[in-house]
Design a protein around this ligand. Structure first.
Ligand SMILES: Cc1cc2nc3c(=O)[nH]c(=O)nc-3n(C[C@H](O)[C@H](O)[C@H](O)COP(=O)(O)OP(=O)(O)OC[C@H]3O[C@@H](n4cnc5c(N)ncnc54)[C@H](O)[C@@H]3O)c2cc1C
Length: 432
């Protein structure tokens, strides 16, 4: 979060901030600025705020769904600070203790990885709490992530033939990095593991919205901002940034030019493929991985955690909420072009087996997010800019960048997006 500053001095220097894109990065920027007395106007191309983290009513299913399951861990500090600020932490649910249930569809085995709450990982010493077939020493392989070379992949850094890898580390890496492990950067996984697994069980408690993504992360933020002078303009696509003397002076929209005053700043918080067209010369990630989600309108027992990891099938993670079972498949470029019916035909048997449901497939919806996150590879990592893009190479003195794709040190995640918003706010407060 942006450090406390002399609010009156900042308000004199920065009257208002214009934020392009009301996803989590744009909202977090606006929240951090509002905390310092600087109001923001958010311009959002879509019909509602939220971007890649949103809920909406699905007519075919007759209920609200999320664009995809989103899992946080209690160690995601920026996300928790953001939720505390907007008063929405209590909207998260999940088990009270760290617990990750799995099923291997090939063998029918079920197990739960259950780290202790404390810092010392005693659970690794207890066979009943470990992944079946693993030994204590396998768990020390996690430390190899810290020694990984700059461009080393997850599969190179870890023992990719070991049982621990196949049954825990690979599924976690694919979910966190949304990139196949033989291409995904080990140091990005290390950043995630450092914040969570290696901090002890208290940092590994799974959290997810009880109701929906928008009800937890988006709507409370918009209400909080509006109560502090913030404005959200939905259905307002920014098509150009007009510049004079290396300053952005107006945002071009279908409703006309929105002037940007001499004491105002602009935050580009649109996705990288949009930012790269609006900021001349901007180097940004240009390779992406899909995430496919399937929602089935049915009741099921939520089990001990409300979700289960699946090995040996097409489904990877299954989340159970009231009346709806939702399946996530990450790093999904390999299957994203399959027709929805084919995907459902492959995934429903996995769901049935994991949740012990009957034969008939209930009403379903397939949601394909083709550019869910940037591919977490070495080549893409080199294309991630910091919050400032130099005026000499197409940026502007009053322009700052935000988004999960900026150089946060994390993969494309909620935590990364919110951190990027905080970094953008700090850059503005420090002198845009
Ligand atoms: C299916 C799926 C599952 C995921 N699961 C997880 C998970 O389990 N855990 C996790 O931590 N993360 C997860 N993520 C990643 C997380 O959702 C993203 O990292 C985060 O939402 C990105 O936020 P952002 O603000 O950087 O970008 P975005 O959400 O893309 O926000 C950018 C906004 O800019 C708007 N915009 C675009 N062009 C313009 C324009 N010209 N003018 C104005 N506005 C514009 C867009 O409409 C959008 O609202 C998942 C993502 C997906 C898609």
């Amino acid at each position: 979060m942006a450090k406390a500053v002399d609010c009156a001095a900042v308000r004199d220097r920065v009257r208002r901030v214009h934020v392009v894109g009301a996803g989590l990065a744009g909202l977090a920027t606006a929240v951090a600025l509002a905390g310092q007395g600087v109001a923001a106007t958010l311009y959002e191309a879509g019909p509602a705020a939220g971007g890649r983290c949103r809920s909406y009513f699905d007519r075919a299913l007759g209920c609200r769904i999320d664009n995809g399951n989103h899992l946080l861990l209690s160690g995601n500090q920026a996300a928790m600070t953001y939720l505390d600020t907007i008063g929405a932490r209590a909207t998260l649910g999940g088990p009270d203790v760290p617990c990750f249930p799995f099923i291997d569809l090939a063998t029918g085995e079920r197990w739960t990885v259950a780290p202790d709450l404390g810092l010392v990982p005693w659970w690794m010493f207890r066979r009943s709490r470990r992944v079946p077939g693993t030994r204590l020493r396998d768990y020390f392989s996690l430390l190899a992530l810290r020694r990984a070379g700059a461009d080393m992949t997850v599969a190179e850094a870890l023992d990719s033939n070991g049982t621990l890898y196949k049954r825990l580390l690979e599924p976690l890496a694919v979910a966190a990095l949304n990139t196949p492990p033989d291409a995904a950067l080990a140091r990005l996984l290390c950043a995630v593991v450092d914040q969570t697994l290696l901090k002890g069980g208290r940092a590994c408690i799974p959290r997810f919205p009880r109701e929906g993504l928008s009800e937890s992360f988006i709507d409370p933020a918009v209400a909080w901002l509006e109560a502090r002078g913030g404005r959200l303009r939905t259905g307002c696509r920014v098509a150009a940034l007009q510049q004079e003397a290396k300053r952005v002076t107006a945002l071009g929209t279908a409703d006309g030019a929105m002037p940007v005053g001499p004491d105002e700043a602009v935050v580009m918080a649109a996705p990288p493929w949009v930012a790269a067209t609006l900021v001349p010369g901007l180097l940004a990630p240009d390779e992406f991985q899909a995430i496919v989600n399937l929602h089935f309108r049915t009741d099921a027992e939520p089990g001990e955690a409300g979700f289960i990891g699946v090995l040996g099938g097409t489904a990877e993670w299954i989340f159970v909420k009231e009346n709806i079972v939702s399946v996530t498949i990450s790093a999904a470029n390999r299957i994203v072009d399959l027709p929805a019916e084919d995907l459902a035909g492959r995934v429903w048997p996995d769901v049935r087996a994991a949740l012990l449901l009957g034969d008939a497939m209930p009403p379903m919806r397939v949601v394909k997010e083709r550019r869910a996150t940037f591919a977490a590879t070495a080549a893409q990592e080199r294309r991630r800019p910091g919050p400032r893009w130099p005026a000499e190479t197409g940026g502007a003195h009053n322009l700052v960048l935000a988004g999960d794709w900026t150089n946060t040190g994390l993969p494309g995640t909620i935590e990364g997006a919110i951190n990027s918003g905080y970094a953008a706010a700090a850059a503005i407060l420090a002198g845009a």
